[in-house]
Design a protein around this ligand. Structure first.
Ligand code: UD1
Length: 360
């Protein structure tokens, strides 16, 4: 490790996870000293998982173990969380326990040990539906889509007044927070605990709102996986990716190495107070295009647009990446087309999670 005078001592939580392991490598390669911890939850890592080299088994909900790891730490990079959208109401205690309580225990322990800087993994799911506009009605904030519309294949939001189809606009960080899933509720809660901690202690927090993350080491599909892993796993099994709705729903797919670079930038550059930033490629893509790129690059069957829908899904969510560029100097380097084409043949994480997350 090449240590520089600006080298930081960083506590990285969730270091054995998909995103955490990429951040671990990026921080170490940049010369930072990393104390890497992970609870190695069986729901995410499988029952027989072993800790990766250099990672200690610590659950962030354990205040004593955490306090010990926090000695001499300059910055905490908090990635540990139960992810996915939540399959059913029975998952609520797991999100509340690992995400909400875990963050609260961490912040209290940081206060006791005098650590004043947090980089927090947040998510674009805090916004709920993105931002929309109609040519006649102007800016619009649509509610959840109506089931009768979805049943009849009307997937776009329409203006309640004029009935015109609304088109998406990039979401800025000051957009209202409207969580629509258990996971989203826990990400909003983490941000709120962190912002209150900033106000109470004069510390600083940079909350990175990741958009759709994909890349090497992404876990194979589970009911808690994002769509890129689901499409990849289908193609690997020789099946066509099943594209829901009409395939025109837009997202921002950001490569995991760019996510790691954003975390490195946030660790290295302290921002004032509580700052939330979209971390995105800045190049929106439709879900139909994602499936097509993966099928083409992987030499698999053509995607099938099924017209199915999931009631909790948002239609479009596309970010403005400008604030991250202006404050952290962060810009994604990997375009969705190039990154997804490479992802078509990239290794996925083999250890499958077992069952729903437990909260105890
Ligand atoms: C996803 C994550 C969310 C995370 C966010 C940002 C899940 C379930 N959602 O949100 O937790 O914070 O990215 O990284 O992990 N689709 C198909 N076919 C399928 C599955 C899904 O077409 O087999 C479609 C969905 O209808 C949706 C789109 O793909 O329109 C994206 O789905 P998904 O990746 O699950 O959720 P996001 O809302 O993008």
């Amino acid at each position: 490790m090449t240590s520089t005078s600006d080298s930081k001592r960083v506590l990285l939580t969730g270091a054995a996870g998909f995103i955490g392991s990429h951040i671990h490598r990026a921080l170490t390669a940049a010369g930072h000293e990393v104390v890497a911890i992970d609870a190695l939850l069986p729901a995410a890592h499988g029952a027989d998982a072993v800790l990766p080299p250099g990672v200690r088994r610590v659950d962030v909900r354990d205040p004593d173990a955490l306090e010990e790891q926090l000695r001499g730490i300059d910055v905490v990079c908090h990635q540990a969380a139960v992810v996915g959208a939540g399959v059913d109401a029975q998952d609520a205690p797991a999100y509340a326990s690992h995400n909400d309580l875990g963050t609260a225990v961490l912040l209290a322990a940081m206060d006791r040990t005098g650590c004043r800087r947090l980089v927090l993994a947040s998510s674009m799911v805090v916004y709920g539906e993105g931002r929309y506009r109609g040519t006649r009605c102007g800016p619009a904030v649509p509610g959840a889509r109506r089931r009768t519309d979805l049943e009849s294949g009307v997937f776009d939001h329409r203006s309640p007044e004029s009935g015109e189809v609304l088109t998406w606009e990039p979401v800025p960080e000051d957009a209202p927070l409207r969580p629509r899933s258990l996971y989203a509720a826990s990400k909003v809660a983490q941000e709120h605990y962190a912002a209150a901690w900033v106000a109470a202690t004069g510390s600083t927090v940079t909350a990175l709102r990741y958009h759709n993350v994909y890349g090497d080491g992404m876990p194979r599909d589970t009911p808690y996986s994002g769509v890129a892993a689901i499409f990849r796993s289908a193609l690997e099994a020789g099946r066509a990716p099943a594209v829901f709705e009409d395939g025109l729903q837009a997202r921002d797919f950001v490569h995991v190495t760019d996510i790691a670079a954003a975390n490195l930038a946030a660790v290295e550059r302290e921002l004032d107070g509580f700052t939330a930033l979209n971390i995105a490629s800045g190049q929106p893509i439709t879900i139909g295009e994602v499936a097509a790129v993966l099928s083409r690059a992987g030499g698999g069957p053509e995607p099938v647009v099924t017209g199915q829908y999931r009631p909790g899904d948002v239609r479009h969510i596309v970010a403005s990446p400008e604030l991250a560029r202006n404050t952290l100097g962060f810009a994604a380097r990997i375009s969705p087309e190039a990154g997804l084409a490479a992802f078509a043949n990239a290794p996925l994480r083999v250890t499958a999670g077992v069952g729903a997350p437990s909260w105890r």
